[in-house]
Ligand binder design. Structure first.
Ligand SMILES: NC(=O)NCCC[C@H](N)C(=O)O
Length: 415
């Protein structure tokens, strides 16, 4: 097999660790993260809104924060895999993956046929690690091969040098959204917004061609309508909550439910409407599980969140009336009550800490979560409720509006 670079090796799972996840809180064994890189340095005041960042992160500091996040996970026995490494290894391993990645990134619509063919041919000849960097970090017109040469291409001549010939993917940082595992299967999601749509072409090729995933089967293959991983919460084995709002659509939630029922991966899917606004872009920005029977939740959702219960019904799907989410969830999970860790916050603090991803915790085990240290009040309430909170810095990482759960895709949790 071709290596990625000198001295490189191909990632494998630790002994005894099996791919898959059936809940949000069972002990985490392996996780997919993306160490932010060049794609973050592509953000400018002109493109940050469109690329879904609220500020321009200090890249080196964001990398330090991310390294510290990964170190916390490793210190708790979690095997950490980095998307950039897996991508380079996949491309080194598989010519088909190389072609797939290039064709998803090079758009004849944007570049015209001539330039698109020229660029594709150039990329086919790049070393795997360089190609992986281009597929994630993008490429400007100035960086195109032969730039500055006397070119017959109108496209080259009429674009500014700093325009993107290949768009960067700064939101790859949020590995939660572009794939998720349910049972022993992985699902490649269908991302709603143009700025993120290409991310799933990379997770798709990694899962399809990296040796670590060989033999793994897919869930939700049809990908008919948008579903993003940040909206999918595995409340308990067989019970899934799906946020429906700015990203995941009703059609996405319904087709996901249908597919999970058909594959025997869930018996109940709860569709939970969330406000269609930036602050609440996914269900996991307002609610995450911190224990087998407990969630941390944005206070204003506590009494207002509802759910439509979908169940498999005679080859189809039955949909119940909207009812209180906490009640519907507890019933589906077969528990008396789904506890809400009451953050008891005043509306202003609650709003600020929700914005700063205080509700976006990553569970490493029942009652053990990772959270940003800046959400001081929420963390305090979690600790008072007996939850162990492992705090990380997020001053720079948080500028993309995502916390520890958003930045992680569990590859393996104990069943
Ligand atoms: N699961 C999540 O909530 N992910 C955070 C995504 C943030 C990213 N800037 C976005 O707007 O999609």
């Amino acid at each position: 097999m071709a290596g990625v670079g000198p001295g490189s090796s191909t990632a494998v799972l630790p002994e005894g660790v099996a791919l898959g996840a059936a809940s949000e809180v069972a002990p985490l064994r392996a996780v997919l993260l993306h160490r932010p890189g060049e794609e973050l340095s592509r953000l400018t005041p002109r493109n940050n809104d469109q690329l879904l960042f609220d500020a321009l992160p200090w890249v080196a500091r964001a990398q330090e924060e991310h390294d510290a996040f990964a170190a916390v996970l490793r210190s708790r026995g979690v095997a950490v895999y980095l998307l950039g490494d897996l991508l380079a290894e996949t491309i080194a391993h598989s010519g088909a993956a190389r072609i797939q990645g290039i064709s998803a990134a090079v758009s004849p619509r944007r570049l015209g046929l001539g330039l698109a063919e020229e660029l594709s041919a150039y990329l086919r000849g790049r070393p795997a690690d360089e190609l992986a960097r281009i597929l994630t970090g993008g490429m400007t017109f100035d960086e195109l091969p032969g730039s500055g040469s006397d070119s017959a291409s109108l496209v080259r001549q009429m674009h500014h040098g700093g325009d993107f010939a290949i768009e960067p993917l700064p939101n790859l940082l949020f590995t939660r959204d572009s794939s998720f595992w349910i049972g022993r299967r992985f699902a490649i999601t269908s991302l709603a917004l143009a700025a993120r749509a290409r991310e799933s072409s990379l997770t798709d090729l990694i899962y399809a061609h990296h040796p670590m995933f060989s033999g793994s089967r897919r869930a939700y293959e049809s990908q008919i309508a948008p579903v993003e991983g940040g909206d999918v919460l595995l409340l308990a084995p067989g019970v899934v909550a799906v946020g429906v709002g700015e990203r995941t659509t009703p059609a996405g939630a319904e087709s996901l439910a249908r597919s999970l029922f058909d594959d025997g991966l869930a018996h109940t899917v709860l569709a939970v409407p969330i406000e269609q606004q930036r602050a609440f872009m996914h269900l996991d920005t307002v609610c995450t599980m911190v224990d087998r029977d407990a969630v941390v939740m944005y206070p204003s959702m506590h009494d207002t969140a509802v759910a439509y219960t979908m169940r498999a019904d005679d080859g189809g799907v039955s949909v119940g009336e909207a009812r209180p989410f906490l009640e519907a969830a507890a019933e589906a999970m077969g528990i008396a009550k789904l506890r809400v860790i009451d953050t008891g916050l005043d509306p202003v603090t609650a709003e600020r800490e929700q914005w700063d991803d205080g509700n976006n915790t990553l569970a490493l085990a029942p009652g053990v979560v990772v959270a940003y240290n800046r959400t001081v009040e929420t963390n305090k309430r979690l600790i008072d409720a007996g939850i162990e909170v492992l705090e990380i810095e997020g001053g720079e990482l948080g500028s993309g509006r995502g916390g520890p759960r958003c930045m992680s895709c569990p590859l393996s949790r104990e069943f």
